[in-house]
Design a protein. Sequence first.
Length: 673
Amino acid sequence: MRTLSKNYSGKLFIFCLLLSITPVVILGYYSYSKSSAAVQEVAKMSNLRMVEQMQAGVEQVLRVVDYSAIQFIQSTLLERSMSIKREKAHTDPALYSDLMQSINSLPAYALGIDNVYLVNLAQGWFAHSSGMRDLQELSLLKEWQEFITLNKPFYWQAVSDGEGLPASAGVYLVKPIPINTNEPEGLFILKFSAVELYSLLRVDPYGETIILDGQQHVIAHSDKKQIGSDYSTQPFLRQFSGDSGYKVVRSEEGPFGVTYRQSAYNGWIYISKVSLTDLNREARSIGWVTVGLCAGIAVVIALFALIGSKRLYSPIRRLYELVSHPAHMEHTAPGKQQDEFSYIGDVFTQLRQKQLKLNQQLDNYMVMKLLQGTVRSQELQEKLKNWQDPLGWQLQAVMAIQIDTIENTQYTDQDRDLLLFAISNIASEKLPRHMRLSPIILNESQVTIVGSEHGLTDIFQSEIHEWAASVQTAAEHYLKLSVSVGISRLYCEWEQIPQAYAEAVDALKYRLRLGQRAILYLDDIAPRGNQDIFLYPVRLEAELLDAIKLNNSEQAHRLLEQLVTHIVSREMSLTEYHMHFMRLMMDILGLIQDPDETSSMINMDDSNSLEQLRELKLVQEIIQWFRDKLIDPVMAFLEQRRSEQYSSISDEVLKMIHENLVQRSVWSYAQGV
């Protein structure tokens, strides 16, 4: 058994597992995301309420202090005291005593006020809990005088300690005397301590609470060390828009949720800054619980998926064992990346391909028998029912395609069968499937039976011509090969197909007269009954024979071409063509006058030469055959025989001379004796 990931059983188990676990994982992730978002939303709303409550608590104290200051400013005691000069205060000790007692007994002290200043700008003095002083001794006089130019009913100002940090000592409430005047006679100032402001903050366990004044200085902070710091350069303040809101701020320490509100009373900004990382720690506990639940559910689902996949796989396994068993079919080992279904699919694909191949071979066999006329009538009718499409044919014809020549091409004689097969494929593509039977190769010809359902002769002949031309063009384009097409007469009966095949092949033989790359209709090229009587070119033949006798090869070749061209230029039957060529062959062979010498010299017998001559299809092939097989060998033979004759005559002459000289010498000797 192959590994789990490579067979269909493993894939089925993994699919069932993923199909079941995926919703659980998605639900768990959705639950965790929602819980995390809910925690952050709750923290956001909680911080918003906390900031609102902190603002309300601080501003309630500030408003009470402001109200106490207003009551004091509007008292008759203060009105009478503003007219006292400092150097004459001892003249009215009761008024001075009442003023100091009233300052020290203000109810605002219970709210966090640790000092009170009454500044008389007109008389040049100020009074506080320690007594009355000269105005020039007041260190913050310059800052307070700037308040006069603001034309405000009150002003909260940060107090600096000895190190110059604003708001480190507290804040001042500055109010003009009298109230709502552009030219105040004095100022009433209450100092609110920073410690008391800190006590009013709401401490957040997950972050910081901050109060900024109008100049964005920290006047209160959950971390006391930050009081007095300048926050005007903090990046998160630039993201504030409007009087209140919530922003997520990212910094080097991590993401923070910042809730802010700006007071319409004094312009202070109340801020709660919470670390989202700390908030998410609580959400993570929910996440771990979710992970545990999902893991448990996944284990249960995996068990059910394993059991279910095995039951679903069992019929597939039986089918796989059936098709892969050697007793039923040829066994082919599955590929490394194949599962059972892929293997079964490959097997059925192979069977289907074999079936199609056998059907094609059977169709080709039946077409061959139909062309040869060896198929029985009953067998033909049964096959026609299986072909289905040709049942409606009204007319039939046969197209035969032959290669003109392979000379001067890239092919050899060994390639002829492959070229015919390629031409057969071209015919299959170019001819409509419902108007042809399977193209086959028969006797060095590509043969196709075509038919027409409409029965219109002219239209059908035009269609056949278009198909033949398209096959010729495709063969020339793809194979760089010249072919000719022979087309039979049109017939209505299937029993006439053998005759149509013979006519198509006979039509191709008339390439002797019409040349290469021709579309030949037997009706158009077959000779009529009233053709003129052809007279054999005796004079040309005599001149040719004389040129052969004289061993003039150039003239003999020229006269041969003229003679063959003259014969094929006349319209006659193929038999007559062959008779004239056989006459020419016999006349040329007659020059040798020695049958034994002829057979041994030319290396051919009459039957072989006649068969070769009948197989020739083109004029150039006939001329080449006569030149190579007859004329050149005959001229060579005659030249050799002529040389032998000359040599024989010379020998006879020498013999006669020799005999005559010998006789004459003997006679002379006898006479001497």
